[in-house]
Design a protein around this ligand. Structure first.
Ligand SMILES: Nc1ncnc2c1ncn2[C@@H]1O[C@H](COP(=O)(O)OP(=O)(O)OP(=O)(O)O)[C@@H](O)[C@H]1O
Length: 881
């Protein structure tokens, strides 16, 4: 057996091998050590290999999913190796022959389909990457995003510079690519940084011809033209994705939708750092709670939640499409009764896409069939409901039209065939409704009758032996047996009784027997239950085949339900929180009146505090405005900056926005940078990360972009930081000419508004009350006088002594700054005046104390002499002052 294990393990060296032995999956050698550590299960040993003990641990098959999901979450891949013949057959080949086993599936993070392993509200994307050369030094990258748990399959191509942003948008669970892309030194850092495991595939398997062949075979077509015009990079990516699916699913072919091509520039481009910083789908610490997605999610179905996340990850650039989504939201926001009915029905609809995929892969169970039944049923009732409404907006009408595509007969059949209570696995039987299949009913009756006969037999034997505690029981080793107490058992071994009862086992206080009659009955019962199972299994196959014959329509119904759920979710949110429909056009307007931050507002609401709404206008004719925001720490600068970026994202995903009124010209790219946190793991300093990200903005932002910069330049010496922030502002104003919000504590920058025509200053209002600062969180035109850093430090609990000392130092610094003749002013800077030579350094103040101190030698002094010297110094200082 070990030889077989070693052979199979060698063929799956990069996976943990779950090796089936009876009711357990066993792991051996290093796999056992890894799994026992990861899962906290006992490590034992079994036999020896090369003179050493073989470490072993095992997981029971009925709990395997739990263990699998934990291993997958830790980034492991698991090869599941099953027994592919009955142990009895192996025995027939010879006493020493080993049961045949094969790996039936590789379980990897990007290719799971089981409900218990999947997160219902999150897509489970496998992202495959291919590329093509576009010039000597540059590549274009093809991305194939495939979710085998739902069949979603999309292709797109991006220039090399946008690859990290595109990966972040897809948020894949696993990435596959060619060895060449994986080994490209220019991308090494990217693979290191992405959260998902990255699996390289051998170059030889990824030839363009085989990629194309694979796609054609998957979809049963002879040409790809019908799907769209794909680039070589996209085809390479799709080929790699399908190869990986083949390899992990081993023979099973998931039902995939035909690949749809996402046109380049179809979505608002948001790079990875901006996504993270704006906490769109998860917070900086990786949680969903506290993200924008969490704050806006009012969906009632898992497929709706997944679609909402997809929309949020890729806000649109197409005005028509945005308007279509907005119209649907507006309609549902108005019609409260319809929205309520719709959400009720949607909440009852199970996850069609995932059930369909499991059935297609041959991994489905009776509950998946029921999911199809109930999903189609809900779709039918929604379709009937909306058909009674006069004119629906285009977006809603389209979704409603998709709902009724499936064959009504299918639901009728599934209703008739499936029982009320359904087991998870079909091998558990009892899922076909009584009356659906006469032969099943007959076989079941036979089984039930035999059980009655057993009960009668037990009564008769009890009478014959005079033992009222005689029982007929069943276990897996003996099958049916008669159990009596020891004393009665002894009697059964003698006389006439010997002819009826055949001894099987003696226990501590009981004896077990069988009889000819019981043996016959047992054969009949097991025959009946085997037959019922076989018949039920055939019914299952038939129903699954009927469902799969309508894969495309069922998938479409699933998509429509998800689309309706998202529209209704936005509408619900808009009504609940008084959000409004933004006006989006192709100009360069950016007018927000009474804007709010959805996440901060929700947090404040929970603690009963109000959120102060703020306006923001960055509109420009041909060139965007820049607003420079100074203000106290804790005043609300970052909140204001982010809320405007989030409003742009929400508007372009077709949702309503948290503002009294909003008018936005389409944004093509969104950038958001904060003085970055340390990134020691990547070996980059805070400042380096900040500068790399700022460089990306200055190089890429167009007039149509929206840029949010929060405290750029704070990670270095004051004047270095100030000069960098200054120059960045000028560049944004003159070269990028984009709409921008720039928050800073460098109050010197506010003077720039006199020179840069489209830059204006805003500040966060504060009030002082008995020496305490009160943040009003109100954005008003103007310049902050102070940063109130010390007040905030006091609120944070810095010791009073430190605060007092800092106050004294601050006073000194401010005085020195006021008195210093050579302090830089705006006119001194190179853009506005010729560079004047730096003023000569002021001579140090002469008070003689320094020399006195230098003359002292503490090591040569007695304590008394030291004390006297100290008094002398103090006297001298007082005299000089
Ligand atoms: N508009 C608002 N209405 C009510 N409370 C607000 C508002 N904006 C911010 N706050 C509150 O003030 C806190 C601080 O806000 P924020 O982090 O935006 O300040 P900041 O000016 O960026 O501070 P720092 O300069 O220290 O980074 C928030 O956590 C929130 O509780």
């Amino acid at each position: 057996m070990m030889a077989q294990y070693i052979e199979i393990k060698a063929a799956n060296a990069d996976c943990l091998l779950f090796y089936r032995m009876g009711d357990f999956y066993e792991l051996f050698f290093e796999d056992a050590e890894i799994a026992s550590r990861a899962l906290g299960i006992v490590l034992t040993k079994r036999g020896k290999h090369a003179g050493a003990d073989i470490p072993m641990c095992g997981v029971p098959i009925d709990r395997a999913d739990d263990y699998l999901s934990r291993l997958i979450a830790l980034g492991h891949r698991v090869a599941v190796c099953e027994q592919t013949e009955d142990p009895a057959e192996a025995k027939r080949r010879g006493p020493k022959s080993v049961v045949r086993r094969e790996v039936v599936r590789l379980v990897t993070p990007g290719t799971i389909t089981e409900d218990r392993l999947l997160d219902p509200g999150r897509a489970n994307l496998l992202l495959a990457i291919g590329r093509r050369k576009v010039s000597d030094a540059a590549f274009a990258y093809g991305l194939a995003a495939l979710d085998i748990s739902t069949g979603r399959f999309s292709l797109s191509e991006v220039p090399g510079a946008e690859l990290p942003g595109a990966i972040a948008r897809h948020d894949p669970r696993e990435i596959v690519l060619s060895e060449a892309i994986h080994a490209d030194p220019a991308l090494a850092r990217l693979w290191q940084d992405v959260a998902a495991p990255v699996t390289p595939l051998a170059q030889a398997e990824l030839e363009p011809a085989s990629a194309e062949r694979r796609i054609k075979a998957q979809f049963g077509v002879s040409t790809l033209e019908g799907f769209g015009d794909f680039s070589r990079a996209e085809i390479a990516a799709a080929g790699a994705a399908l190869l990986y699916v083949e390899r992990t699913q081993i023979g099973a072919r998931p039902p995939l939708s035909p690949p749809f091509r996402e046109a380049s520039g179809a979505t608002l481009s948001i790079d990875a750092a901006t996504r993270a910083n704006l906490e769109l789908t998860r917070t900086l610490s990786g949680e969903r709670t506290g993200s924008l997605l969490d704050a806006i999610d009012r969906t009632v179905s898992a497929s709706g939640a997944r679609l909402l996340a997809e929309h949020l990850a890729g806000p649109l650039m197409n005005l028509r499409a945005i308007t279509r989504r907005q119209e649907a939201v507006a309609f549902l926001a108005e019609d409260h009764a319809l929205r309520r009915r719709l959400r009720d029905a949607l909440g009852r609809a199970p996850d069609l896409a995932r059930a369909l995929s499991r059935l297609g892969l041959g991994r489905g169970g009776p509950r998946d069939l029921a999911a199809i039944r109930d999903g189609l049923d809900a779709a039918g009732s929604i379709a009937a409901d909306v058909s009674g409404i006069g004119t629906l907006p285009e977006g809603l009408a389209r979704l409603a039209g998709q709902l009724s595509g499936a064959d009504a007969e299918l639901v009728v059949t599934l209703r008739a065939a499936l029982a009320d209570e359904l087991p998870l696995n079909r091998r558990d039987g009892n899922f076909v409704r009584a009356g659906y299949h006469p032969e099943i009913d007959e076989a079941r009756l036979l089984g039930q009758d035999s059980r009655k006969v057993i009960a009668a037999l037990q009564a008769r034997y009890a009478e014959e032996t005079g033992c009222r505690t005689l029982r007929i029981k069943h276990n897996n080793v003996l099958g049916y047996y008669i159990e009596v107490p020891q004393a009665v058992g002894e009697a059964c071994l003698k006389g006439l009784m010997r002819e009826t009862f055949v001894h099987r086992q003696t226990m501590v206080d009981a004896m077990r027997f069988t009889s000819v009659e019981l043996g016959e009955l047992e054969t009949k019962i097991s025959g009946a239950s085997d037959r019922t199972l076989a018949l039920e299994s055939a019914v299952f196959e038939d129903l699954a085949a009927r469902v799969l014959a309508q894969t495309a329509t069922v998938a479409q119904v699933g998509e429509a339900l998800a689309g309706l759920d998202v529209a209704a979710s936005h509408a619900e949110l808009a009504v609940e929180l008084s959000w409004t429909r933004p006006h989006v056009d192709d100009g360069l307007a950016f007018v927000i009146e009474g804007g709010r931050h959805p996440v901060v507002e929700a947090a404040l609401r929970r603690s009963g505090e109000p959120f102060i709404a703020n306006d923001c206008d960055l509109s420009g004719e041909g060139r965007g405005r820049i607003r420079l925001i100074t203000g106290p720490n804790m005043g609300g600068k970052s909140t204001f900056l982010r809320q405007n970026a989030l409003i742009a994202v929400l508007a372009q995903m077709g949702a309503f926005v948290p503002a009294a009124r909003a008018h936005l010209g389409l944004v093509d790219r969104l950038f958001s940078r904060v003085g970055a946190a340390d990134d020691l793991a990547r070996g980059q300093s805070t400042f380096m990360v900040e500068m790399v990200e700022t460089a990306a903005i200055l190089n890429q932002a167009s007039r149509r972009s929206l840029v949010i910069l929060d405290e750029i330049g704070r990670g270095t010496a004051t004047f270095d930081g100030l000069s960098i922030a200054w120059a960045c502002l000028e560049h944004l104003h003159e070269v990028n000419a984009c709409r921008a919000l720039f928050a800073t504590h460098f109050h010197e920058l506010t003077a720039l508004s006199q020179r840069l025509a489209r830059l204006d200053n805003a500040t966060l209002k504060v009030a002082e009350h008995r020496g305490e600062v009160v943040f009003l969180h109100e954005v008003v035109p103007g310049v902050a006088e102070r940063s109130y850093g010390l007040q905030v430090a006091r609120l944070a609990g810095l010791p009073a002594g430190v605060i007092a000392r800092a106050g004294a130092i601050l006073k000194g610094l401010e005085k020195a700054e006021r008195d210093r003749p050579g302090r830089p002013r705006i006119d001194d800077l190179p853009l506005f005046a010729s560079l004047s030579p730096p003023p000569p350094p002021a001579p140090p103040a002469e008070d003689g104390l320094g020399e006195m101190l230098d003359a002292l030698d503490p090591d040569a002094m007695t304590p008394r002499e030291a004390l006297e010297a100290l008094y002398r110094l103090k006297r001298e200082r007082a005299a000089k002052a």
